[in-house]
Design a protein around this ligand. Structure first.
Ligand code: ARG
Length: 406
């Protein structure tokens, strides 16, 4: 029986060429699996059906499209919001969050079709190969993973030629300057002039953050137990909230990131991102936590957040440490309920104007300096004395030693 390989298929040049390459080099049947994680397929003027047709044209025996937009939002973006996740303090893990979703479906399809291997179109230089492979090994250690683009040694021009030779229609791919990965959580842009860290990031690859409005936009985001549930009192699914917040924030030019980051494979890389929805939701959520989290829990959480982001970036979505930190994060979220008011000022500025919560630990009576003050001022004296006792003892000792020495 011919082996079956399930390929993570995007419809782009590399994965289309990979279909044919796998048939040629592994004598296998290729099942193309395209996972909709909220990427706009219309930026290339294509819909999922066209992508499916291309997979067939490239030689796939099956081409499956899976709608995972809500799954991406609820099972991946929600935990990322809970962890206020930004790798190296900046990047909200756009690509890193979508790979485990894709892996999960690849493995499920591999089981359904009785495949012996999964394949992906990543090169050897990036993080996505790590996420595909470590993720697959976590979920299905028995499956092989094949990475044609790491093996074939073709340049982009070679791939274009290869596609032409096999009559694989490749759309816009020939003229593509940037490598772009996108999903519900935002867009990651690499290559071209961006590879010069000194060069100003070009405007043309941005699509979500072009300023189209000169007016301020004020919005209230509501959370229940850490999950965004409404925008301006309109209850929406998480996926729709991400879209709505992203669309409005993006129209004011908010949401761009320009950074040099450390890839897992040891390369520093200059990348630009646009993630208006992700950045606004994380900022709002983190602000609400200031109001609702008990101090020690909050401080510990701030220490674990970068670790969570790092694990996810490094392809450890399905790993025991990530699971354990998730449990901590989940337990902190039970009290993160309330509203945050944001103001977007074009071009590109966001301010948090206010926050409120029925579970706030903020106590006006304790905080106020006016007559409604309920704070017991007499308690402060003894507390501060004991708080400083160790330092006072140390200082007195220093002084007496200095005096003894002179
Ligand atoms: N550097 C980012 C990350 O590792 C973005 C990767 C984008 N992926 C891509 N295939 N263009 O998460």
């Amino acid at each position: 029986m011919t082996d079956k390989i399930v390929l993570a298929y995007s419809g782009g040049l590399d994965t289309s060429v990979a279909v044919r390459w796998l048939i040629e080099h592994h004598d296998a049947e290729v099942i193309a699996v395209a996972v909709d994680v909220g990427q706009s397929t219309d930026s290339t003027g294509e819909d999922w059906e066209a992508i499916q047709q291309r997979a067939f044209a490239a030689g796939a025996v099956e081409a499956v499209v899976i709608d995972a937009r809500n799954e991406m939002a609820e099972d991946y973006c929600v935990p990322a919001i809970a962890a206020n996740a930004r790798y190296e303090g900046k990047y909200p893990l756009v690509s890193a969050l979508s790979r485990p979703v894709i892996v999960k479906h690849l493995v499920a399809e591999a089981r359904r079709f009785g495949a012996t291997a999964v394949a992906h179109g990543c090169t050897g230089k990036g993080n996505d190969q790590v996420r595909f492979e470590v993720g697959t090994r976590a979920l299905a250690p028995d499956l092989d993973v094949i990475a044609p683009a790491r093996l074939w040694g073709m340049t982009r021009e070679d791939s274009v030629e290869y596609a032409a030779k096999w009559n694989i229609p490749i759309g816009q791919s020939k003229t593509k300057i940037y490598s772009i990965d996108e999903n519900l959580w935002g867009r990651a842009i690499e290559c071209g002039v961006i590879e010069d860290p000194w060069a100003k990031a070009p405007d043309d690859p941005y699509t979500l953050t072009r300023v189209t409005s000169s007016e301020d936009d004020e919005m209230v985001i509501s959370f229940v137990a850490g999950v965004p549930v409404a925008v301006d009192n309109k209850t929406l699914s998480v996926a729709d909230i991400i879209d709505e917040v992203g669309r409005r924030a993006g129209a004011t030019g908010f949401g761009r990131i320009d950074m040099v980051e450390n890839r897992r494979v040891g390369i520093k890389s200059r990348e630009v991102y646009e993630c208006p929805g992700a950045l606004a939701l994380i900022a709002a959520h983190a602000d609400l936590e200031d109001l609702c989290l008990e101090r020690d829990v909050h401080h510990e959480k701030l220490r674990l957040e970068p670790r969570w982001a790092e694990l996810v970036y490094d392809g450890m979505w399905f790993s025991p440490l990530k699971e354990a930190i998730d449990a901590f994060m989940a337990s902190t979220q039970t009290h993160v309920t309330g509203d945050v008011r944001l103001r977007f000022e074009p071009p590109g500025v966001m301010r948090i104007e206010g926050r409120r919560s029925p579970l706030a630990l903020y106590d006006h009576g304790l905080a106020t300096y006016d007559a409604s003050d309920t704070f017991r001022h007499q308690d402060a004296e003894g507390f501060v004395r004991l708080w400083g006792l160790g330092v006072a003892t140390w200082s007195a000792k220093q002084k007496s030693q200095e005096e003894g020495a002179s």
